[in-house]
Design a protein around this ligand. Structure first.
Ligand SMILES: [Zn+2]
Length: 261
């Protein structure tokens, strides 16, 4: 089986950047990831041109949603704008023909019941109007995260599967987040598949920090703490498209991974 490997790139130059580093998959933001606005990819000739150019180049596009989105939140002033921003991101992703939108699992606070957060996720999925898959990503840190530990991922998955829109929900496995979050990478793919039945996308990143540290700091392959064979093993076992998400030149990361799977 051939696994498509790529990277997170600048939307304004997505196709050229992907080609330059040998990426078959390109993930982009649709605006400033720290903001609460979807402004588009920034591709100079527009969203349809990005869609067409990527298709012509054989590049599969994915979108990463803004970081502030937390549809699990019990705070109305976070949860409601989060739903709107997720919907806007999905609409923007449809315009570029993206295969999915990656969104973090989010979290509740210490005084909240996690069950409320899972139910908020179900309501968020209920509220969506989209054909673009929502790829919930596991996160690295926090004691009240919805998608850090396997038991919580299982509860989250059960909740979203109760939605009338359950068919649009998928999963992104981030190797750095799983490692730092304390999931055993040797069994992560089997364990998550046993819960979700699917892994739609892999974020392949090494981790600057130790297993279980809870720190979300990506590293280039071979420069972090994850044993190379373990990392490559996750990618091979998942069999899903891969996005490398480190800063700087990711050409060597793509080559590193291709040489090992
Ligand atoms: Zn990631």
């Amino acid at each position: 089986m051939s696994i498509r490997i790529g990277a997170h790139v600048d939307g304004a130059d997505a196709v050229a950047q992907a080609r330059a580093i040998g990426a078959e998959v390109a993930q982009v933001f649709l605006g400033d990831p720290q903001s609460w606005k979807v402004t588009g990819s920034g591709y100079p000739r527009g969203e349809e041109a990005l869609r067409d150019d990527a298709a012509d180049a054989g590049i599969a596009l994915f979108v990463h949603a803004p970081y502030g989105i937390n549809v699990a939140s019990t705070n109305n002033r976070i949860r409601i704008p989060s739903r709107k921003l997720l919907q806007a991101t999905l609409d923007g992703a449809a315009a570029i023909g993206a295969r999915g939108v990656v969104v973090h699992g989010g979290h509740v606070t210490a005084k909240d019941s996690p069950e409320t957060g899972f139910d908020n996720w179900r309501k968020a999925i209920d509220s969506l109007d989209t054909d673009v898959p929502v790829l919930i990503e596991n996160t690295a840190g926090g004691d009240h995260a919805m998608a850090r530990h396997l038991d919580r991922i299982e509860q989250l998955w059960t909740a979203v599967q109760a939605s009338s829109n359950a068919n649009v929900v998928g999963f992104t496995l981030d190797t750095c987040h799983a490692w730092a979050g304390g999931i055993d990478l040797a069994t992560a793919v089997a364990d998550i598949r046993a819960i979700t039945g699917r892994i739609d996308l892999v974020h392949a990143n090494d981790s600057r920090d130790d297993s279980g540290s809870g720190a979300d700091r990506h590293a280039h392959f071979g420069e972090g703490r994850i044993p190379p064979d373990l990392l490559a093993g996750v990618v091979a076992a998942a069999g899903a498209p891969v996005v490398c998400e480190t800063h700087g030149d990711m050409g060597p990361d793509i080559a590193w991974l291709r040489a090992r799977i």
